[in-house]
Design a protein around this ligand. Structure first.
Ligand code: GCB
Length: 617
């Protein structure tokens, strides 16, 4: 009997963790909802006392000492050794590190708690609890019952709340958040960024009709000859729907009112794809980030979205957007607001980061090294910024471990499902600087293939490393065989030699594919001025960029752009020069106070020139 119970629990847990992405609800922004952002309570629990009993076994669901249970004492004799109150408050969304000094360097478990009243529901409506992201592991409990758990610090998840679980008033919601690092997680123990913990993104109740559209994709069919389509003013539009329904057959109407498009799609057994034709579409591009209001109607309910249509492809040595060769004037960005030493979390933060990026005259952003929040990709869509979006398969992941591969795939799926309708996202990256070995290439190839299988409307890449060899830089990492573009992180003049070494440097790839510099950069402390050979000075960084840009003049024909490292200084526990770094990676073109360094203007000028050059083509 006990065995059976354990087995059943195991199965339920597997279902919750392994298939969470199947149940993911997309486009939550435009659904009926109640925000659970705001003030929550917390308990810091480094020993996980709220989770394990004194023999270190997971506590039973009804255990009064478990921190997911309401600890209100029943009377004066009642012994309660935990509790939630306003003296221990924390804001959601937000990392915990920036909210109180007790959290500054904390990595471990923190319990979050709040209450909420049952929202008014129409007949047959369903209710889901949605988290934009929790770093890293979340166990979610409602009124003492476990809703589920999720691992992965940068992707969304949701659980359904059955109607019987909710009381009219004072529903007791608890989340155990744990951001400890482990060798067999993604990312692993070692990263060059700060491991901000907490419920870092929005939390909300999503209210849906009984039967609803859970996931969908709608895009230009990538196999069409785009020049012909533009000439004929007829475009193939394809995609799919995944419904949450009990009906065997459903009909969905897709409308794009601005162009008079209205078509029906029949769906059987909850899933189906479509292939349709639209006229007069204006295509999305950085120069014209045209988004259309698109409406999907199932029964009496309509879900709307704002969607751009574009085609991205590799043709020989070039990357083409809507049939035209592009040069990616990029910049890498961490999801951090440096002047406030915290994770970015809302649309004002996205505007701030992209405001800086736009000022640099970029047309592309590399959102490193993990999926950023959805405000970023929504903003990129409307601002016309091409996006590289990445999963945190970073450095020395446990490549021999199949479970780690599954964890990485799950994050990849969640990233793709959430953002597959963002025209701006043109590259999925499956990792960064993974050291070459047979096991690693097998692992990474499997991720590339998985991404291709899930989404054929984008390019797949990964940031590779380059071995410098006396001025000849030959990129032959075996992973390059599988990615659509060959991307490398280039630091000649910072990690080896001095910047002048760059000018004579030659670049070659073993692959006949576009070449992209996913990083290049040098550290400088904002406001520190000296001669150009003095490390950490703004002049050194400026010199580094000047030499880099000279090197750009001699790049091979397949060179297709760069996303230098990085827009803003970012917090990193690995950067401990007491005078110049003080816990910050100083490769930002903008310092941690928000001041532009000299190199910002060097790169800006180059990007202005590049923009003009490509306009004339
Ligand atoms: C890299 C990594 C990036 C680091 C950067 C650096 O190659 O991809 O995460 O922060 O170098 O500053 O060294």
């Amino acid at each position: 009997m006990i065995f059976k119970k354990i087995f059943v629990t195991f199965l339920v847990l597997c279902a919750v963790t392994a298939f969470a992405q199947e149940n993911l609800i997309v486009n939550t922004q435009n659904r009926k909802q109640v925000s659970l952002n705001g003030t929550w309570h917390y308990i810091i629990d480094p020993y996980e006392t709220g989770f394990y009993d004194y023999r270190y076994k997971e506590k039973g669901e009804k255990d009064a000492e478990a921190y997911w249970n309401n600890p209100e004492p029943h009377g004066k004799t009642d012994r309660k050794e935990h509790g939630y109150n306003n003296d221990y408050s924390i804001q959601v969304p937000g990392d915990w590190n920036s909210q109180d000094d007790v959290f500054k360097y904390y990595e471990g478990t923190v319990w979050y708690q709040r209450e909420f009243d049952k929202p008014k529901l129409d007949e047959n409506e369903r209710i889901f609890l949605y988290f934009g992201a929790v770093n890293y592991e979340a166990h979610v409990y409602l009124n003492g019952k476990k809703l589920g758990m999720h691992k992965g610090g940068f992707t969304p998840f949701n659980f359904e709340i059955s109607p019987g679980m909710l009381k009219d008033k004072g529903n007791f919601l608890v989340v155990k958040v744990d951001n400890k690092r482990y060798a067999d997680e993604v990312p692993t123990l070692n990263t060059d960024w700060w491991n901000y913990g907490g419920i870092t993104r929005d939390v909300k109740l999503i209210i849906t009709p009984q039967n609803f559209i859970q996931q969908y994709a709608i895009h230009l069919k990538q196999s069409q000859d785009i020049e012909k389509s533009l000439k004929r003013k007829r475009f193939n539009i394809s995609g799919y729907f995944k419904l949450n329904t009990t009906a065997a057959e459903e009909k969905i109407t897709i409308e794009i009112p601005e162009i008079g498009f209205k078509e029906n799609v029949d769906i059987r057994d909850s899933e189906g794809s479509f292939d349709l034709e639209a006229k007069k579409l204006e295509l999305w591009s950085p120069e014209n980030p045209k988004l259309y209001k698109v409406m999907f109607t199932l029964g009496e309910h309509t879900l709307t979205d704002k969607i751009g249509f574009r085609k991205v492809e590799v043709s020989g040595k070039d990357v083409l957007l809507n049939g035209k060769e592009i040069f990616m004037r990029g910049i890498s960005i961490h999801e951090e607001i440096a002047p406030e030493i915290r994770r970015a979390k809302n649309s004002a933060d996205a505007d701030k980061l992209f405001g800086w990026a736009k000022d640099l005259n970029v047309n592309m952003v590399r959102l490193a090294h993990y999926p950023h929040n959805e405000y970023m990709t929504r903003a990129a869509d409307s601002l016309g910024l091409l996006v590289w979006s990445e999963i945190p398969v970073y450095w020395t992941i446990d490549f021999k471990n199949d479970e780690v591969l599954e964890k990485a795939k799950k994050q990849l799926d969640e990233m793709i499902i959430r953002d597959q309708n963002k025209a701006s996202v043109i590259i999925w990256s499956v990792g960064n600087e993974t050291p070459v070995s047979e096991a690693r290439t097998k692992f990474m190839k499997s991720l590339v293939m998985h991404a291709k299988e899930k989404d054929d409307t984008r390019l797949i890449s990964a940031a590779l490393e380059v071995g410098y060899n006396r001025g000849r830089n030959y990129i032959d990492d075996p992973l390059g065989e599988y990615t659509d573009i060959v991307s490398v992180n280039e630091y000649l003049g910072w990690y080896g030699d001095l910047p002048h070494a760059k000018v004579k440097s030659k670049w070659e790839t073993a692959y006949d594919k576009p070449l992209f510099f996913s990083e290049t950069g040098a550290g400088a402390k904002g406001g520190f001025h000296a001669d150009k050979e003095t490390r950490w000075s703004e002049e050194f960084q400026e010199w580094y960029f000047e030499e880099t840009l000279k090197m750009m003049e001699n790049m091979p024909e397949n060179f297709t752009g760069l996303s230098p490292w990085i827009l803003v200084d970012f917090r990193s526990p690995k950067r401990n020069n007491p005078k110049y770094q003080e816990g910050w990676n100083r490769k930002g073109l903008i310092d941690d106070k928000g001041n532009k360094k000299k190199a910002f203007f060097t790169l800006k000028k180059y990007y202005e020139k590049k923009e003009e050059e490509y306009k004339k083509r």
